[in-house]
Design a protein around this ligand. Structure first.
Ligand SMILES: *Cc1c(COP(=O)(O)O)cnc(C)c1O
Length: 226
């Protein structure tokens, strides 16, 4: 696992350099969903500090103990989020990448008020306008981003997308980066195991890589969260 992790890190560094961007300007979010706390621990021992999970419950089961070992650990929630999980999400996440609808914004704002804690937030855009995918539709993105900005202020840090599985993701990556720039948002989370180098070429600040680091996952629900 640590060999694969280091290989991914090296490819990220090379892609960042090729894009003429500063060393270290792309953060690797190691997507550890379905993998055990032991495996995460191994990645931590190999120097990885940022992890992605798509289910709140799984993150909650895995990370509190690990956080005690590594206070700088950061957990990104990257899966579709139900409003009834907002409270737990606010409690476990450092970053919630899947803010994609007004009712979820309401639930997160409410939970954040009650807990006095607000993680960083990313608006997820359904860049391919795919019916089965989470994310705010492209045409509603501007209005939703403005709304979240006025409500969450500086906690709204960026945008996230999962482009369609078929076809070239590059135009989707370019669109998301341009949209983030237009709104003055600094974080652009895009690119997975199959396409993170392309995402970096188009301005990703965060890439979410799972199987290239941890190996293939058992077939399970969850690519897009549920
Ligand atoms: C699972 C997942 C990833 C990682 O996918 P890999 O292809 O294993 O790298 C990235 N982003 C999201 C939202 C995911 O659900």
């Amino acid at each position: 696992m640590s060999d694969r992790l280091h290989r991914v890190q090296a490819r990220i560094a090379a892609a960042t350099a090729r894009a003429g961007r500063p060393v270290g300007s792309v953060t690797l979010v190691a997507v550890s969903k379905t993998h055990s706390a032991d495996i995460v621990r191994q990645a931590m021992d190999a120097g990885q500090t940022v992890f992605g999970e798509n289910r709140v419950q799984e993150a909650d089961a895995k990370f509190p103990e690990l956080r005690a070992l590594l206070p700088t650990l950061r957990v990104h929630l990257i899966g579709g989020l139900q409003t009834n999980k907002a409270r737990d999400a606010i409690r476990v996440a450092n970053v919630i990448e899947s803010l994609d609808r007004p009712r979820l914004a309401d639930a997160l704002a409410d939970a954040a008020d009650k807990q006095g804690r607000l993680p960083d937030l990313l608006v997820q855009v359904n860049v391919g306008d795919e019916p089965q995918k989470a994310g705010v539709p492209r045409t509603e993105a501007d209005a939703f981003i403005r709304n979240c900005r006025s409500r969450f202020g500086a906690a709204l840090v960026g945008l996230m997308c999962i482009p369609p599985a078929e076809g070239d993701p590059a135009p989707h990556f370019a669109w998301l980066a341009a949209c983030a720039a237009q709104h003055g948002l600094s974080t652009v989370s895009m690119g997975m195991s199959g396409d993170y180098e392309s995402a970096i070429a188009h301005g990703a600040t965060h890439v979410r890589v799972g199987s290239a680091i941890f190996g293939t996952r058992p077939a399970a629900p969850g690519m897009d969260g549920a």
